[in-house]
Ligand binder design. Sequence first.
Ligand SMILES: NC(=O)c1ccc[n+]([C@@H]2O[C@H](COP(=O)([O-])OP(=O)(O)OC[C@H]3O[C@@H](n4cnc5c(N)ncnc54)[C@H](OP(=O)(O)O)[C@@H]3O)[C@@H](O)[C@H]2O)c1
Length: 331
Amino acid sequence: MVIAETAFTPIFSSMKAVVINQNGDSSVLQLQEVPQPVPDHHDVLIRVYATSINPLDWKLREGISKILPGKFPKILGAECAGEVAAVGLMVTDFQPGDRVVAEMGADGGGYAEYALVNEKNVVKLPDDIDFVPAAAIPVAGLTALQALRDLGHLRPGDPVLINGAAGGVGTFAVQIAGILGGRVTAVCSESHAELVRRLGANRVIDYQKTDFTLQPDRYRIIFDTVSKRSFTDCKKALTDDGVYIAAVPSASQIFQDVVTTFTTQKAETVAMKFSKEDMQWLLTLVAAGRLEPVIEHVYLLREIAKAHQHSESGHATGKLVVAINHTDEEK
Ligand SMILES: NC(=O)c1ccc[n+]([C@@H]2O[C@H](COP(=O)([O-])OP(=O)(O)OC[C@H]3O[C@@H](n4cnc5c(N)ncnc54)[C@H](OP(=O)(O)O)[C@@H]3O)[C@@H](O)[C@H]2O)c1
């Protein structure tokens, strides 16, 4: 979200937000007082109680990705959960007080006390899901579901390997692959073996000791949530009709996606697209206790730089969430 000047008198006052005014390391993340955004016709203004960190956030912060329009100040944060504070004139599905969860992608806006989201990207939150776990679901949960179901066409009994099984996307992928009936092999470091087993992995491979691509086992789906391997590396570990799915796009990966249109083994790259139906599917499973948003740590708004540093280490466990308590402690 870019904080825009508005011709209207804001109906709300100011809010605390973590803002960047330039690209750079985590020190560019500054807790500041900024104007509250004002909803346009199709917008929902959310009083944010939790947001979460995604690697996308620090890639945008660093400026290594050119997705970020060169406009500052900018508030990052691709997803949030909270209560509806106000709605635009054309919004009929939401009203103030509704508990909701939302996804904003690269537009951001989640690292703030209030976030503006188009109604298309907002869903109601069941009463039995708290804001902190809810904020961990949209980006990682939808990516895992859409990769395995839409690109992998996962069928019951399929052998599935999840590389990066202990991360934000990986912890959802291990569970969703199991829920869809896959026989799941999880690849992570030894320190995370117990976690991924608890999430339903049938087998665990420690990537520091064993290279799964050199083992005799074959998988119908290899979902590389951290894109540490390539389609070429994984070809021998795929069944003849197997698919390698990358979460991180690259020129070589996209080349393989195109080339394998003509072969039985496929390479694919997932590009998560927000879907209310898919979000409902995830929320229903979470509410039923069948899907667990794994959260390593809950930070405060003023600790976001620390959260970014941990995410950038590449060894976060599940998701890193930021709780927003709307008190002066945030200062
Ligand atoms: N295309 C899309 O639509 C989309 C959507 C969401 C995310 N993404 C991208 O997907 C990537 C993963 O996101 P994320 O949120 O899951 O990241 P993350 O939570 O930061 O991933 C951290 C995990 O990576 C594991 N890992 C690190 N090195 C590894 C290796 N060599 N082999 C296996 N696992 C390794 C770590 O496990 P250990 O600590 O056990 O080593 C850690 O648990 C990011 O680059 C993100 O930008 C893309």
